[in-house]
Design a protein around this ligand. Structure first.
Ligand code: GRF
Length: 226
């Protein structure tokens, strides 16, 4: 019995979550592991801001935390070198960006190609970048939502989308109410995406996403997988 458990642990993919702030997606991922919905080991959380609330959440959960405070490095490259140094020690199978507010260089992406994923609060390719909820309302979108994707050299790359969850926009929505409903979907979407990745049902190859061996022509839909 003990040997089986040990073997099981050895097979679990190692996740490292990169954060900058609140850390609610980090908590959702950690909870999914605790409740056996996600079969992975969360081996570390790294923040690029020393006051990130998510660091405290990780500590409460007993997850090893690290901070590489970006503002104290002289440039992006020296910050990324420090980050790469810590990642080398943690040996991640998947690097999970969860509200990580730093645009990684192409050299960094190349070092972990196909192993970095991100969650973005819009239905990519719509509304890349910041203020997505405000922009969805301004555009009078009737649907909004969130997207998980592999990280490539391009910001919020829509060519490597994995999965999306959709939220209907209500006429009375403010950016706050919309953000709240999208965030609730993010907390379901990210663990589900990671579980498929950890089971190797989702694979990245040459900037394309494959699901059960077939190239994805359009994003997987969370609604259809749960
Ligand atoms: C989320 O909305 C995520 O989609 C975006 O940043 C936010 C992070 O929130 N990339 P949290 O830190 O996980 O609570």
């Amino acid at each position: 019995m003990v040997r089986m458990l040990k073997h099981d642990n050895e097979l679990k993919p190692r996740l490292v979550v990169l954060i900058s702030g609140r850390g609610s997606n980090l908590c959702a991922i950690s909870d999914a592991i605790q409740t056996n919905q996600l079969h992975a080991d969360l081996v570390g959380v790294i923040s690029n801001r020393q006051n990130a609330k998510g660091l405290q959440e990780a500590e409460k959960r007993g997850i090893p935390t690290f901070c590489r405070h970006q503002a104290s490095y002289k440039n992006q490259q020296s910050f990324e070198n420090a980050l790469l140094g810590q990642l080398k020690k943690l040996k991640p199978d998947v690097i999970v960006l969860a509200g990580f507010m730093s645009i990684l260089s192409s050299q960094f992406v190349a070092a972990y190609r196909g192993k970095i994923v991100n969650i973005h609060p819009s239905l990519l390719p719509k509304h890349k970048g910041l203020h997505t909820h405000r922009r969805a309302l301004a555009a009078k979108d009737t649907k909004h939502g969130c997207t998980t994707h592999f990280v490539t050299e391009k910001l919020d790359d829509a060519t490597a989308i994995i999965m999306q969850a959709t939220v209907a926009v209500k006429t009375k929505d403010t950016k706050e109410t919309l953000a709240q409903r999208v965030l609730a979907q993010e907390h379901r979407l990210y663990p589900k995406t990671l579980e498929l990745l950890c089971r190797k049902q989702i694979v990245y190859d040459k900037n394309r996403c494959f699901y059960n061996g077939k190239a994805l022509e359009e994003p997987l839909r969370l609604e259809q997988l749960t």
